[in-house]
Design a protein around this ligand. Structure first.
Ligand code: HEM
Length: 212
């Protein structure tokens, strides 16, 4: 019951940024440069939700609220959803589906190359997010593949750092959150390795995933 209600609350909350964009679009609130506004908003929410996905494991372990694993998939899929909107804003509203222009940008502007790589890495994660995929790949392989989310987070922060011209405070704040989450994982992994061989701790973690 708690999980169901939390899932409904997260689902509704995750749609708020999209609803806000829709509301602003209808009421002329997107400012002088609507494409820029949408790009910034969807980019921000992609990164926030990637970081939120990465926070769930530490949060559930620190608070001993183990049921939280059940919401991780949904939060991750919303990160992909906003990433897709962000990408669509770029290729549709910014480049008008001009593939040549788009490829030129990806190749020539390093921050776009990095953002594009971060997005591409999210695709296999979204495609293998189903319980059937976890079974097909096996918990351990699935877990290894899904560690790519860390790389998406790192590339997302670098993408943001490289695109800002002056004030680097916001990307650095995201970077600090990511660094704490990575550090937590490294320390937890080190402690687990000390306590039990890697294969046992990996299969225990894998068993936990299939519960979600
Ligand atoms: C498909 C690949 C992507 C492309 C083509 C792309 C492109 C862009 C562009 C053109 C901007 C605005 C730059 C400016 O105003 O000067 C931007 C901003 C941003 N992008 Fe991306 N991006 C991509 C993927 C991602 C991903 C995967 C993330 C997160 C993990 C991300 C996070 C952000 C953030 C946080 C911003 C800045 C938002 C703000 O200014 O508040 N982007 N992106």
């Amino acid at each position: 019951m708690k999980l169901r209600l939390t899932k409904i609350a997260i689902f509704l909350a995750a749609l708020v940024p999209l609803a806000r964009l829709g509301w602003k679009a209808v009421h002329g609130g997107l400012g002088a440069n609507p494409i820029e506004f949408i790009t910034h908003s969807t980019g921000d929410w992609t990164l926030i939700l990637v970081l939120a996905t990465l926070s769930i494991t530490p949060l559930r372990r620190l608070t001993r609220q183990y049921w939280l694993i059940g919401v991780r998939r949904m939060v991750g899929l919303f990160a992909f959803f906003y990433g897709t909107l962000h990408f669509l804003t770029f290729i549709w509203l910014d480049k008008f589906f001009d593939v040549h222009e788009m490829l030129k940008d990806i190749a020539k502007r390093p921050f776009i190359t990095v953002g594009f790589s971060a997005f591409v890495l999210m695709i296999p994660l979204a495609l293998t997010s189903t319980t059937a995929s976890i079974r097909r790949l096996g918990g351990q392989n699935w877990q290894r593949l899904h560690r790519l989310i860390y790389l998406t987070g790192i590339l997302g922060v670098v993408h943001y750092l490289w695109l800002v011209k002056a004030d680097r405070r916001k990307p650095l704040e995201y970077g600090a959150v990511l660094a704490i989450l990575l550090l937590y994982r490294l320390v937890a992994w080190g402690l687990e390795r000390r306590r039990e061989p890697a294969s046992i701790s990996e299969s225990r973690n894998a068993a936990e995933i299939t519960k979600g």
